[in-house]
Unconditional design. Structure first.
Length: 130
């Protein structure tokens, strides 16, 4: 793998195959079909699509449920409500980690850098969170 420096402490590893594509943002490895330095992927790549979610089942960060499914984890599990205080959402703009409750109950923007998040992501809440 060859690392390509993008900007703001973000690097993209040039994969040997598409399945191996990862992006590092502020020390977090993001897995999946990532297409830019703010965690957008080939499935969701609108201007406000800039979060990654740490999947409860495998503990790995992915931009979306489809990237996770393509990874072959095979143990899909959602975050249980009693663990919503744990950090599991990453802002792709600044690298701020948010607790699940902070993300779900907050405004559709990063509380740190104010970059907007896609409010439509909440439609898929059931794929990530109890």
């Amino acid at each position: 793998m060859t690392e390509l420096i993008i900007y703001n402490e973000k690097t993209i590893s040039q994969p040997e195959s598409e399945e191996e594509l990862t992006i590092t943002i502020h020390g977090h490895e993001i897995y999946g079909a990532v297409i830019d330095g703010e965690t957008r992927c080939r499935h969701y790549h609108g201007e406000a699509d800039r979060i990654a979610i740490k999947f409860f089942c495998c503990g790995k960060w992915f931009p979306c449920h489809a990237c996770h499914a393509e990874s072959g984890c095979g143990r899909h599990a959602v975050w249980p409500a009693e663990r919503f205080s744990e950090k599991a959402v990453l802002c792709g703009a600044c690298g701020q980690e948010l607790a699940v409750s902070e993300y779900l109950d907050g405004a559709p923007a990063c509380p740190s850098c104010r970059a907007p998040f896609n409010p439509g992501c909440k439609v898929h809440r059931h794929l990530y969170f109890e």
